[in-house]
Design a protein around this ligand. Structure first.
Ligand code: KIV
Ligand code: NA
Length: 266
């Protein structure tokens, strides 16, 4: 399959073709998502709360991200692989941001990076873009700032905040961002951002008017008991995994497994 590249993102927007994006944190799932035709695999810092047992994304380190990005990049043959920059690894300066992004590409094989924030990070986006690293922006509810934002809440509800969001999105795109993720913003606001940007918006809890959609794969597949309102459970993989695990344990206890066909003769 032909690799999805950054020029395909803008092309998809121009043609009105919806982009599909899903998180992935390991080779097993990344291979499935890639073969299923997902356009963009995001190694999200949501690895923290979804895979590493942290309560939020805030404790995630670059050293925790790198092996996950490497696993996803190694097995994906078609998808564009985007690595999140974790909290504390990019904010201080464009130089810090570039150094972290370079690790994601050189050590881990990512094709692009994503980080959270608006116009105040335009210089970060500009330096990476000039250095040959595609950047995906992330606006609206930005989980790394949840302490400041007062928890997981819908952003840009009032007019001033909506205008600020549009200005932030334009600043990122103007600095070279190849796409912008919009998380938990009212659908009409996301639609407005989508209209004014030449590059695609990718929504999560941002309504149907975005150019593409992204979900955390464990939400999409029904791996956990709870999923956020904006996430449809397209399967009940967690329940199926539980069922398989119970069946395996029962078979071992009943000495029904291993059977002769699983057994080597000498
Ligand atoms: O880390 C993540 O999963 C994300 C998506 C929700 C966009 O940033
Ligand atoms: Na993230």
């Amino acid at each position: 399959p032909k690799r999805v590249r950054v020029h395909h993102l803008r092309q998809a927007k121009e043609r009105g073709e919806a982009l599909t994006m899903l998180t992935a944190y390991d080779a097993v799932t990344a291979r499935i998502f890639d073969e299923a035709g997902i356009d963009i695999l995001l190694v999200g810092d949501s690895i923290g709360d979804n895979m590493l047992g942290h309560p939020t994304t805030i404790p995630v380190t670059v050293d925790e991200m790198i092996p996950a990005v490497r696993a996803v990049a190694r097995v994906s043959r078609r998808a564009l692989v985007v690595a999140d920059l974790p909290f504390g690894s990019y904010e201080a300066s464009p130089q810090q941001c570039l150094a972290t992004a370079v690790r994601m590409l050189k050590e881990a094989g990512a094709h692009a990076v994503k980080f959270e924030g608006g116009a105040h990070l335009a210089e970060h986006v500009r330096l990476l873009t000039r250095s040959g690293i595609p950047v995906v922006g992330h606006l609206g509810f930005t989980p790394q700032a949840e302490n400041l934002l007062g928890g997981k809440r819908v952003q840009a509800r009032d007019n001033d905040a909506a205008e600020q969001l549009v200005a932030d999105a334009l600043a990122l795109a103007d600095a070279g961002a190849v796409a912008v993720v919009l998380e938990m913003v009212p659908a009409p606001v996301a639609e407005r951002v989508t209209e004014v940007l030449a590059v695609p918006t990718i929504g999560i809890g941002a309504g149907p008017g975005c150019d593409g959609q992204v979900l955390v794969w464990t939400d999409m597949a029904g791996m956990t008991g709870w999923s956020p309102r904006f996430a449809q459970r397209f399967g009940e993989v967690g329940a199926e995994l539980y069922r398989a695990t119970r069946a395996y344990a029962r078979a071992v206890r009943e000495r029904a497994f291993p059977a002769p066909e699983h057994t080597y003769e000498r």
